[in-house]
Design a protein around this ligand. Structure first.
Ligand SMILES: NC(=O)C1=CN([C@@H]2O[C@H](COP(=O)(O)OP(=O)(O)OC[C@H]3O[C@@H](n4cnc5c(N)ncnc54)[C@H](O)[C@@H]3O)[C@@H](O)[C@H]2O)C=CC1
Ligand SMILES: O=C(O)C(=O)COP(=O)(O)O
Length: 524
């Protein structure tokens, strides 16, 4: 059974595909109400209200995937999740239009004083002269952060006859041209805009982006809108600018603390607010819930997720192409790790032939996870492999080569350890399987599967018989055996595949055979 905790209000209709599966149990409760069952859940679905902290994750040892039914993941400790090998996904475009429309609703409300006028009329007043507004047409709109929502806001602004100015340090010239905007510096946008709206994520760089210093660079009488994340506009810094009238009005959908409680900005009539409603439409909620539900189903079926925050994203097509190499690389990593059972500093992976044209980042992550698995007590997978390697001082890199050793594809892994370097090469043969074709200096051909026994010895007559006898005496059946040697009478190897694993005592007996130099177990 795959258990999902849905801890925020997520569209029931969007979750319907999950309910169809008999393998899935869905529990809809706040985290605080599900304390006694937290350890059971495989998946956690949230919006912005649930704070997915390191502490919460430590209570959820079974958790494999966190789905954010929305865009911003600042309520999720992604680093802590990554460390634990938990995939974090979001629904990046399901609420874009709703958030852009809400921004526009706030803009219109701000310059036409709609909320204030509404309250006044409902208080039985009829004071038309108190609510004279300004038109949007012809006004300069500064958009800070020109991603999905920022660009949708721009489209609507143009329809209203506004002049759009954009600041986004990551926006390429090509994309700006395609979207029909010119890129400006932040100072230019601050200086020329009648209205400024922010649409960035909350990051170290954007926290307090509109603070005391930058607010002072804005036009007198500017209007400000934040429908992105609380804190991009510094709430405290706004107060003197509102008091002096430099800022004519502010619209906030989001707050540094949510809920904001008794906020000092609420004292200003020209500050209008909504309770984080940008994505709160029937359409957006259906979209984001559907997206997240589909991703969780994909994940459950072992297929790649397409909008992960902490994994390279793969389309289904690409995943199908790389899957064979992904499995081969993982096995190669596992074999190398057990064979080189000493501290290692560096892994170098070389791709040749057809595999070199694929999305190798993902394959390398799989290899790294396979390598770390026998060495790490906690869960290690492609989500946290890079982080764990870094923590352990293991560097890794990818290379590409034309040397396929006669195969259509070849993955080569070289492991650099203290005083020893080890190389293993593998290939995937369609409709046949994975083969290891080179092992520590020897050309060989074996399937990387099951209980393997590696023996290095001097090439003498009768060695195979001696090994076979001892294994036979201990009721260990040999499934397959491959041999390789550097030259007749020189160093030679055997790679045996056994029907069951062997214990330390038997391994010791094998190493005591004359002319056997090494015997090692490898489990794949
Ligand atoms: N109020 C609400 O209910 C909703 C809020 N949001 C929030 O809106 C914001 C924007 O969302 P999307 O457009 O979907 O994200 P996005 O990722 O498509 O766009 C963000 C843009 O900000 C830019 N950016 C990053 N750092 C910047 C910096 N230092 N200065 C200027 N630009 C910078 C990026 O280059 C990117 O183009 C996010 O914070 C998201 O969480 C999203 C949906 C609903
Ligand atoms: O998607 C986002 O980033 C949002 O801010 C929407 O938040 P919500 O899902 O409405 O809590």
């Amino acid at each position: 059974m795959f258990r999902i905790l849905v801890s925020d209000a997520i569209s029931e209709e969007g979750l319907a595909p999950l309910r169809k599966s008999e393998q899935i149990e869905i529990v809809q409760k706040k985290v605080t109400e599900a304390e006694d069952r937290l350890h059971e859940f495989d998946a956690l679905l949230v919006r912005s209200a649930t704070k997915v902290t390191e502490e919460l994750l430590s209570k959820m040892p079974n958790l494999k995937i966190i789905g954010r039914a929305g865009v911003g993941v600042d309520n999720i400790d992604v680093e802590a999740a990554t460390k634990r090998g938990i995939v974090v996904i979001n629904a990046p475009n399901g609420n874009t239009v709703s958030a852009a429309e809400h921004t526009f609703a706030m803009m219109a409300a701000l310059v036409r004083h709609i909320p204030q006028a509404h309250v006044s009329v409902k208080s039985r007043e009829w004071n038309r002269s108190a609510f004279v507004g300004t038109e949007l047409q012809g006004k300069h709109l500064g958009i800070i952060g020109f991603g999905r929502i920022g660009s949708e806001v721009a489209k609507r602004a143009r329809a209203f006859g506004m002049i759009v100015h954009v600041y986004d340090p990551f926006l390429t010239k090509e994309r700006a041209e395609k979207l029909g905007v010119s890129i400006h510096t932040l100072d230019e946008v601050l200086a020329c805009s009648d209205i400024i709206t922010v649409h960035t994520p909350l990051t170290k760089e954007t926290k307090g982006l509109l603070g005391e210093k930058n607010l002072a660079k804005t036009k007198k009488g500017v209007y400000l809108i934040n429908c992105a994340r609380g804190g991009i506009i510094d709430e405290k810094a706004l107060i003197p600018f509102l008091q002096s009238g430099h800022v004519a009005g502010v619209a906030l959908d989001v707050f540094e603390q949510e809920p904001p409680g008794d906020h000092p900005l609420f004292a200003f009539d020209n500050v209008i607010v909504t309770p984080h409603l940008g994505a709160s439409t029937v359409e957006a909620q259906l979209n984001v819930a559907t997206q997240v539900a589909e991703e969780v189903l994909q994940f459950l079926e072992g297929k790649p997720v397409t909008s992960s925050i902490n994994l390279p994203t793969l389309s289904k097509d690409v995943y199908e192409k790389i899957q064979a190499f992904y499995n081969l690389a993982k096995k190669m990593g596992m074999i190398a790790s057990q064979y080189m059972n000493i501290p290692v500093q560096e892994l170098s992976v070389t791709y040749a032939g057809t595999v070199a044209d694929l999305e190798t980042t993902y394959i390398t992550r799989s290899l790294l996870a396979g390598f770390l698995r026998p060495r790490v007590a906690s869960t290690v997978n492609e989500v946290n492999a890079a982080m764990i390697a870094k923590e352990r001082g293991i560097t890794y890199g990818e290379k590409f080569s034309d040397e396929t050793h006669g195969y259509a594809n070849c993955i080569s892994l070289t492991v650099q350890g203290e005083n020893k370097t080890f190389t293993i090469k593998g290939t995937h043969i369609p409709n046949y399987g994975d083969r290891i074709v080179h092992f520590d200096g020897f050309t060989i051909d074996f399937a990387p599967e099951g209980h393997l026994l590696y023996i290095q010895h001097q090439d003498r007559p009768g060695m195979i018989g001696k090994v076979g006898n001892i294994l036979g005496e201990h009721q260990v059946n040999i499934a397959t055996m491959q041999v390789g040697r550097q030259q007749a009478g020189g160093k030679a190897i055997m790679m045996l595949s056994l029907d069951k694993p062997i214990d330390d005592a038997l391994l010791q007996k094998l190493t005591e055979i004359e002319d056997i130099e090494t015997a090692k177990r490898v489990e794949v």
